[in-house]
Design a protein around this ligand. Structure first.
Ligand code: SAH
Length: 250
């Protein structure tokens, strides 16, 4: 049997406090065949404690990419899934761990996929959760739903491993299998939101002093659609024309 190809799937740990959790996450990944670890501003790294907990997965720590922000970590990703024990602010498209694994495996042939995990104490912030196309929640006891970070990484990686072995592909729509365009990546989508916000302010539709969750809701709307590169160019072109017209009227 050929080994599943997880080379396009990254595990992203945001602002981890305890280096032991970084090591244990690396081990969980390695056990399940994943190799790409990205660390967003880890509190303590490199670390002997992380190496100790990683056991035979130290190579993952050596090769881990350390970056300054989640935006940077997902800049080249076409699918971003954030793991969260509880929902915050407005509800977001939510996957089970099985659905998350199927989606990640189905799309990993086409573009990079990021699985994002939050801080031990406060998880992922609203802003970080809104950078994700989907959220994934591991079903657990409602009275104590929050798993240890590395345990959560293990559950998600185990599901990926199972999905890969079963050769399952996502059946939720054509987009994961065949599409004439590449999906817009995190960086392009972020530029689009900034451009959109600028224009909405200029036409007096959006008041940054009284935002009323407008940008959150628009992020959720466009995140649900999964904009491709061509569609992104059209939307950016429309915004540029609106700006040009506004200038001519001044
Ligand atoms: N106290 C934090 C939880 C932090 S646990 C909070 O309430 O948000 C550290 C990370 O592990 C979380 O940010 C999340 O990415 C992951 N995690 C823990 N439990 C989870 C669960 N039940 N489902 C999905 N992810 C979970």
């Amino acid at each position: 049997m050929t080994e599943p190809d997880f080379s396009k799937i990254s595990v992203v740990l945001v602002n981890t406090s305890h280096p032991g959790n970084i090591g244990a996450s690396a081990r969980a990944m390695r056990n399940m065949g994943l190799t790409r670890l990205v660390l967003v501003q880890p509190k303590e790294f490199p670390s002997g404690v992380a190496v100790g907990r990683a056991a035979s997965a130290v190579e993952l720590l050596d090769r881990a990419l350390v970056v300054d922000s989640l935006s940077e970590a997902i800049a080249d990703c076409g699918l971003v899934i954030g793991a969260s024990a509880r929902s915050r602010s407005i509800p977001w498209p939510l996957l089970t761990p099985e659905q998350c694994a199927r989606k990640a495996m189905a799309e990993a042939g086409r573009h990079r996929v990021a699985l994002v995990f939050g801080r031990e104490d406060t998880g992922l912030s609203n802003e970080e959760l809104q950078l994700c196309h989907y959220h994934v929640r591991i079903p657990s006891d409602p009275d104590y739903s929050s798993l240890n970070l590395a345990a959560a990484v293990m559950v998600i990686c185990y599901e990926l491993h199972k999905a890969a072995l079963a050769g399952q592909i996502d059946d939720s729509g054509i987009i994961e299998r065949e599409w004439d365009q590449e999906m817009a990546n995190g960086e392009a989508v972020e530029h689009f939101y900034q451009h959109l916000e600028r224009v909405l302010v200029k036409i007096d539709f959006h008041d940054p002093e009284n935002p009323r969750q407008l940008m959150q809701r628009l992020r959720r709307l466009f995140g649900r659609i999964r904009i491709d590169v061509m569609e992104m160019n059209i939307l950016r072109g429309m915004l540029t024309h609106i700006e040009k017209n506004l200038k001519q009227r001044d």
